[in-house]
Design a protein around this ligand. Structure first.
Ligand code: GUN
Length: 301
């Protein structure tokens, strides 16, 4: 096989962000509404701080009202729930995102359910999970990473995946399960595989579409990839890079890019693949929420 096509998530994400900016300007002009996004983080985990900082910065670039709340690591559950209740009641806020994971003293499920489902731009609330799995997506929100991954798949294979087999490796609520629902909704035949799957490589080799969301650096090698498959790498792992100098690190995905690219027809790189799409879809979800709140037909992404 020839070397795979590299799917440029950065470029696709930039196009989405441009559309969000244009639609945000139109919403302001026509309805005098400015989308508002509140991002909350509890504690100082450096990777989470970087993600949250990028989300808040991109929201401001899109022309949104962007509010970032950094709460100390020992914040109580009650304090966080109070803050969420205030944001639920604030008509200037259309999207609320609580960065996960949360410290141990806080019940994550309780926090997610406390967010108004109509402001849950992460798509984690049970109501939005239910809307996605029943196909009632019109009113809900789809989690950003799977939504962005799906746009990349559609950019290669089109909207209808009838007759295609898809394997999602990973069964998290944030990526694996919603990803499987989206592929199913697009008519793919879907398998969810995970660490307990027997002959994982063999299962993956059956996939026309292979989505890796396991959180294990470069675990999915070329041996897992069918000739001509579309490979989507959701992993972001920081590993030691002694070749760059002592103490240096680099980012790699869950897929061993070089070997997988020998087999795949198209593959996302890390960085520059799914990562930028996640933030772009968060902006899209926030804009959609603001349009709904204003009683206007939201754009489709
Ligand atoms: N932690 C890792 N990914 C995500 C995400 O998409 N949203 C939130 N809120 N937390 C995360």
């Amino acid at each position: 096989m020839a070397e795979a096509r590299r799917i440029d998530g950065k470029a696709v994400a930039a196009q989405i962000v441009e559309r969000v900016k244009a639609e945000t300007a139109r919403l302001k002009r026509e309805a005098d509404v400015v989308p508002g996004l509140a991002v909350l983080i509890v504690g100082e985990d450096p990777a989470s701080q970087v993600y949250v900082g990028s989300k808040a910065k991109m929201a401001a670039e899109c022309g949104f009202r962007s509010e970032k709340f950094t709460l100390p690591a020992d914040t109580s559950e009650a304090t966080l729930l109070d803050r969420i209740a205030a944001l639920n009641a604030d008509p200037a806020i259309h999207g609320i995102l609580v960065q996960l994971p949360l410290p141990k003293q806080i019940d994550e499920a309780k926090v997610i359910e406390a967010i108004d489902a109509n402001k849950d731009v992460d798509g984690f609330h049970l109501v939005n999970v239910g809307r996605l799995s029943t196909g009632a997506r019109g009113a809900g929100f789809v989690p950003c990473t799977p939504a962005g991954s799906m746009l990349l798949i559609r950019s290669i294979l089109g909207d209808d995946l009838s007759g295609k087999t898809a394997v999602v490796v990973g069964r998290s609520n944030i990526v694996g399960k919603p990803m499987a629902q989206l592929l199913l909704a697009a008519n793919a035949t879907v398998t969810i595989a995970h660490s307990r799957t027997r002959d994982l490589a063999g299962v993956c080799r059956g996939a026309d579409i292979l989505v890796a969301a396991v959180g294990r650096p470069e675990m999915i090698t070329g041996d897992f990839v069918k000739d001509g498959a579309v490979v989507i790498d959701v992993g972001i792992n920081r590993i030691a890079a002694p070749e760059k100098g002592e103490g240096k690190t680099r980012l790699v995905g869950d897929v061993a890019y070089a070997s997988a690219a020998q087999k795949a027809a198209a593959i996302t790189p890390v960085p520059g693949g799914v990562g930028p799409m996640t933030i772009a879809m968060l902006m899209a979800n926030t804009l959609v929420s603001a349009c709904r709140a204003a009683g206007l037909e939201p754009p489709r992404f």
